[in-house]
Ligand binder design. Structure first.
Ligand SMILES: C[S@@+](CC[C@H](N)C(=O)[O-])C[C@H]1O[C@@H](n2cnc3c(N)ncnc32)[C@H](O)[C@@H]1O
Length: 352
């Protein structure tokens, strides 16, 4: 039941109490009953409101999924995080805006949304779709393909357009799911399975399973593509310091940033053919021109997003973080510092 229902009943009760008070003051005694009903309604309304508030609080404070299948969240350093998963970045509007921004920068840096040689696909899957921006764009490029974006969290666009589905490409749909628990699709369902930037979410020992799931849902002859990035390189002492804090936090969750560079080898070892793997250095900072400046804004934003978890784990303090962050920002503003994000793009084909 919604919290406002209790408030409406209580408000109705108060109105009845008022009406009965006016009537009684004019000597109309029969309105005593209206007053009693008003008092009861006000009491019941307040009780309903309190009970619903408590239920809502309980839903947001227990780990796992709530009874409606939505994700449960917790606040760390003023940012909202999903509970009960290894993923370290927040899940709030600020992070959704960062992911959209990052998507546009990457599309420009890579000159497109994918590298695999896809031809006339009829079904495409994007695992860990984030804001769903990639999936929706690819849906407009292949209007005859069904494109599914899968994530733990519903993208804001899908939430806002519920009941107004024509605001989204007609061949796009969001499906909730947790890749660590397996993909909710039959074998050989997709011609193209894509996964980008899940390295902060997947423990080292789960990568073989995750890759096997990507391959399982891909049709023979279809393609699997992965885009990941291990630690930024060449940013100087402050950037290295942030990277080592992040690595220490990830280690506690069994996550190894270096796995981002190993996906091509996994695709090969799990039987894909025509495997292609390439390292693409995307510049961060003014040395990289427009893309470099946009990447710097994205990385600084991501560092701020991790500040709360780093502090709460005792890996740094507010003062130390501010100092190191300011130094990292200065490094990105110096043309002498040639920091790069070493992306690894890998794709391979499921044999016929
Ligand atoms: C860094 S974002 C990347 C989003 C998108 N792929 C992109 O490139 O813009 C990682 C996404 O993975 C999702 N995620 C984390 N753990 C997941 C899991 N176990 N199963 C499914 N999605 C997960 C997060 O909710 C987040 O949207």
């Amino acid at each position: 039941m919604r919290q406002w229902f209790g408030l409406v009943i209580a408000a109705l009760g108060i109105v009845l109490i008022g009406v009965s008070a006016v009537a009684l003051s004019q000597g109309i005694l029969s309105f005593t009953v209206v007053g009693v009903v008003g008092v009861l309604a006000a009491l019941i309304g307040v009780i309903l409101w309190v009970v619903d508030r408590r239920k809502a609080k309980a839903r947001s404070s227990v780990g796992g999924m709530n009874s409606q299948g939505g994700v449960l969240t917790t606040a760390v350093g003023g940012r909202t995080h999903v509970r009960g998963i290894p993923y370290i970045l927040p899940r709030d509007l600020e992070e959704m805006n960062r992911l959209d921004f990052q998507h546009y920068v990457l599309r420009q840096a890579f000159r497109g949304n994918f590298l695999a040689p896809i031809e006339n696909p009829s079904a495409i899957l994007d695992v860990g779709t984030g804001t769903g921006r990639w999936a929706r764009e690819v849906a407009t490029v292949f209007p005859s393909a069904n494109v599914i974006g899968l994530d733990l969290n519903t993208p804001p666009m899908d939430e806002q357009t519920q009941g107004k589905e024509d605001a989204l490409p007609p061949n796009y749909a969001f499906v909730p799911g947790n890749i660590l628990e397996g993909l909710p699709f039959a074998d050989a369902s997709f011609d193209f399975t894509h996964m980008r930037l899940l390295v902060l979410a997947l423990p080292h020992d789960r990568w073989p399973y995750v890759v096997s799931e990507l391959i399982r849902v891909t049709r023979p002859g279809g393609w699997v593509e992965s885009v990941e990035v291990p630690a930024d390189e060449g940013g100087g002492p402050a950037v290295d310091q942030v990277m080592s804090w992040v690595a220490a936090m990830l280690q506690r969750r069994g996550i190894d940033l270096a796995d981002g560079a190993r996906v091509g080898a996994l695709l090969k070892s799990q039987g894909l053919v025509n495997v292609y793997s390439r390292r693409v250095e995307v510049p961060i900072g003014v040395h990289g021109g427009r893309v470099g400046k946009l990447m710097a804004a994205d990385i600084l934003n991501a560092m701020q997003a991790l500040r709360g978890p780093l502090e709460s784990l005792g890996l740094t303090t507010a003062t130390e973080f501010d100092q190191v962050f300011a130094e990292a920002k200065r490094a990105f503003e110096s043309p002498r510092v040639r920091c790069v994000a070493p992306f690894y793009v890998s794709y391979g084909q499921r044999p016929n």
